[in-house]
Design a protein around this ligand. Sequence first.
Ligand SMILES: Cc1cc2nc3c(=O)[nH]c(=O)nc-3n(C[C@H](O)[C@H](O)[C@H](O)COP(=O)(O)O)c2cc1C
Length: 227
Amino acid sequence: MSLFTDDFDSLVESRKAIRAFLTKPVPRELITNIIDVARLAPSNSNTQPWTVHIITGRAKRDLSALLGVAHIDPLTKPLVHLPDNLSQKYRTRQEQFGALFYGVQNVDKCDVNARSKVTSRNFEFFGAPVGLIFTVEMNLKKYSWMDYGMFLQTLMLAAQSRGLATCPQVSFARFQTVIADFLKLENDQEIVCAMSLGYADESSPLNQMRMPRESTHDFTHFIGFDQ
Ligand SMILES: Cc1cc2nc3c(=O)[nH]c(=O)nc-3n(C[C@H](O)[C@H](O)[C@H](O)COP(=O)(O)O)c2cc1C
């Protein structure tokens, strides 16, 4: 294995979702530099379906305030980000995530108010100085959303390699209308997710969590190798 392979694997292994950030600002040039790398991600017919809204300072605080209000508004519908009939193996992993995530914060997962308070930290971008909102044209198909996933992972790794930390956040998709109004989005733009970007607060227990992964053996089917 080349030195490059070891470096790459270490980079991928070192990335994790960060949910407590330092207030230390991130220079605009550094953000541009990271996105310059992310835009090299592959996409279906090279369509490059990503649009990124980068928000900081007062604008970020204003958006967070609006979302904080929307979050506790009983009229705001919950986000259905996984199907009701989620298969058991995925539900087990989701429950394992919940146990770790709420456990580290001493939150009883049956306590709806405590959970809501924890969730609301999403909309403060977990204290990160920069928030990213990713949008896509609504008429695009699932293949373009795959492109988006590749773009997002490339962006997170580019940030990680520069000493920055990230948390991708689908929770923002619940607030399509509020965010669309705030960012003055074109009518055809749908929110894919958001992302917190900044320097990790390494002292926070929230950032000590490591989410487990299934072993490769459990989800691969090698065919024709034994002949
Ligand atoms: C598309 C996507 C959406 C996510 N949305 C949220 C979110 O809204 N809030 C949050 O705290 N974490 C969110 N996460 C982070 C996941 O919980 C995290 O990636 C997963 O538990 C694996 O942990 P790791 O990234 O630390 O390895 C999201 C991750 C992805 C890929």
